[in-house]
Design a protein around this ligand. Structure first.
Ligand SMILES: *[C@@H]1O[C@H](CO)[C@@H](O)[C@H](O)[C@H]1NC(C)=O
Ligand SMILES: *[C@@H]1O[C@H](CO)[C@@H](O)[C@H](O)[C@H]1NC(C)=O
Ligand SMILES: *[C@@H]1O[C@H](CO)[C@@H](O)[C@H](O)[C@H]1NC(C)=O
Ligand SMILES: *[C@@H]1O[C@H](CO)[C@@H](O)[C@H](O)[C@H]1NC(C)=O
Ligand SMILES: *[C@@H]1O[C@H](CO)[C@@H](O)[C@H](O)[C@H]1NC(C)=O
Ligand SMILES: *[C@@H]1O[C@H](CO)[C@@H](O)[C@H](O)[C@H]1NC(C)=O
Ligand SMILES: *[C@@H]1O[C@H](CO)[C@@H](O)[C@H](O)[C@H]1NC(C)=O
Ligand SMILES: *[C@@H]1O[C@H](CO)[C@@H](O)[C@H](O)[C@H]1NC(C)=O
Ligand SMILES: *[C@@H]1O[C@H](CO)[C@@H](O)[C@H](O)[C@H]1NC(C)=O
Ligand SMILES: *[C@@H]1O[C@H](CO)[C@@H](O)[C@H](O)[C@H]1NC(C)=O
Length: 405
């Protein structure tokens, strides 16, 4: 994705506004969780205009980029899976299929100018979730969700895996005209890693687990993932990946976490390293992305930008993916469940308290302030939704497997 410089969608006049009526959330009551999720999802969907006459299905209006729409639909597939609410299914399926592209790999020609490996993989991961959750496919569809996920994988496992520098890795951007072509980013490589790991479990085909392992090994060898399981943002191929950008963003850790949890699930070998790796990434993410202050133990925050409110629109949504992937990881590796719920539960409570802006469905950015912080936007709704609906994971089916598919 091309990072926006537009900055946070901040209603300056409203900063410091007094607390309104927050969304009620009793984390021990599934009906209360469903109701809170439904309220937040409704508000989130008010940002979507693609199903209106004359608009293109699947897209969000400016300032939200194409990739974030793909990411949001993944959250909405999970919304249906976790809550059972089918209200948005037709809109969500239409949106995903509308962006599938003539080549069935989300390579939308009109997005060519901004489409990077990370953008494309977010749509691929959404298609993967739809396949794993058996999300209803419209009878008019000319492609399956699984075919779309494989389409994205096949693009990245081809010539885009670039061994001419750094002994491998995906470039952030695959279009040489885009800034970021010489950057090998964790979100591109981690997204591909996660997609390959999930395809491996779904299909049972070792081609995918081989690619997942190769990508993980490359990421660790180059230093994007360190020995203590911290995940850094990217590296520069013009210097053969000898230097690392040490910024830490929550979605980078999240994507590596879920990929390792999937590989742990399919390795029956007790000396397999994947469970250790998943546990390590979760614990490092806990150190960096939770508990910003002693008064906010285990509450999630985006530590690079949240306290100063310098997160851009992309970054404001990152907590959504960390939550989404932490929660999904508990289905793959039940040994993570207690630790994940110990983080997600206070985060969900704090997020719900932050949803007290305006009409009590507008969520803020800083969950640790104990109320609404005067900000609003799509990313804030997404982050609150993925975190709160994740509390329902315990009662839901794990991802489907269709060996030989
Ligand atoms: C809540 O208020 C915001 C800001 O006025 C508005 O954009 C949004 O549509 C409202 N949401 C609901 C659910 O009414
Ligand atoms: C678009 O989707 C929303 C749900 O998010 C729905 O309320 C609305 O009726 C739909 N609009 C059209 C024109 O189908
Ligand atoms: C599938 O149908 C959509 C319209 O819904 C179209 O845009 C797309 O090109 C078709 N894909 C193929 C591979 O025919
Ligand atoms: C591989 O990376 C090199 C160095 O950045 C670049 O010149 C080349 O175009 C890349 N190849 C592909 C297929 O992207
Ligand atoms: C670039 O780094 C790789 C290891 O990542 C190494 O194998 C290769 O020899 C290096 N190339 C150059 C020209 O230094
Ligand atoms: C496994 O997946 C690869 C990549 O899509 C494919 O080429 C191969 O035929 C598959 N193998 C089996 C046994 O299905
Ligand atoms: C078990 O996993 C270890 C570490 O990945 C590997 O070296 C070993 O070959 C595996 N054993 C079997 C039987 O697959
Ligand atoms: C793999 O996932 C299934 C489904 O959630 C679960 O029952 C099983 O315990 C997991 N396996 C491992 C090794 O954690
Ligand atoms: C927790 O402490 C931080 C830093 O002092 C402060 O900004 C925040 O408002 C506090 N939260 C609550 C709920 O009091
Ligand atoms: C999850 O469900 C199991 C039974 O399916 C139950 O024993 C356990 O207490 C539940 N955990 C939570 C955190 O709700």
């Amino acid at each position: 994705m091309l990072f926006s410089t537009k900055g946070v969608s901040l209603c300056a006049a409203l900063v410091g506004a007094t607390l309104g009526h927050a969304i009620a959330l009793d984390v021990t009551d599934d009906d209360s969780i469903r109701s809170a999720a439904s309220t937040i999802a409704f508000d989130m969907m008010t940002y979507y205009t693609g199903n209106q006459t004359g608009k293109e299905p699947g897209l969000l209006p400016a300032p939200y980029y194409w990739w974030e729409a793909g990411a949001m639909w993944g959250g909405m597939v999970e919304y249906w899976h976790y809550t059972g609410d089918t209200s948005y299914n037709d809109v969500v399926a239409q949106a995903i299929l509308a962006q599938a592209s003539p080549t069935n790999d989300f390579m939308m020609p009109e997005e060519a100018g901004q489409l990077g490996n990370d953008d494309q993989v977010f749509w691929g991961l959404t298609a993967m979730t739809a396949a794993e959750r058996s999300f209803p496919l419209p009878t008019t569809a000319n492609v399956t969700y699984m075919e779309l996920a494989k389409g994205v994988f096949n693009d990245m496992a081809g010539p885009r895996w670039n061994t001419s520098t750094c002994n491998g890795g995906l470039q952030w951007q695959f279009n040489p005209n885009n800034a970021g072509f010489y950057y090998k980013s964790s979100i591109a490589n981690g997204g591909f890693f996660q997609l390959a790991a999930r395809l491996a479990r779904y299909t049972g085909n070792s081609t995918y687990s081989d690619w997942a392992e190769k990508t993980y090994d490359w990421t660790a060898r180059i230093g994007l993932l360190d020995a203590n399981y911290y995940v850094y943002d990217g590296t520069d191929d013009t210097i053969n990946c000898t230097g690392i950008d040490h910024d830490q963003w929550s979605y980078n850790a999240g994507t590596m976490l879920l990929g390792t949890a999937f590989l742990a699930n399919i390795s029956s070998n007790s000396s397999s390293p994947w469970a250790t790796r998943a546990q390590g990434i979760l614990t490092s993410a806990q150190h960096i992305f939770f508990s910003p202050y002693p008064n906010a133990t285990n509450v999630a925050f985006e530590f690079m930008c949240e306290e100063a409110l310098t997160c851009d629109n992309d970054q404001l949504s990152f907590k959504a993916y960390l939550s989404r992937w932490m929660v999904a990881a508990t289905q793959m590796l039940p040994s993570l469940k207690t630790q994940v719920l110990d983080l997600i539960t206070p985060s969900a409570q704090a997020a719900a308290l932050s949803c007290s802006g305006m009409n009590a469905s507008v969520c803020g950015t800083k969950w640790y302030v104990g109320g609404w912080d005067g900000t609003k936007g799509l990313g804030q709704q997404m982050a609150a939704l993925d975190t709160i609906q994740g509390l329902l994971v315990n009662g839901t089916e794990p991802p489907l497997m269709v060996p030989g598919s």
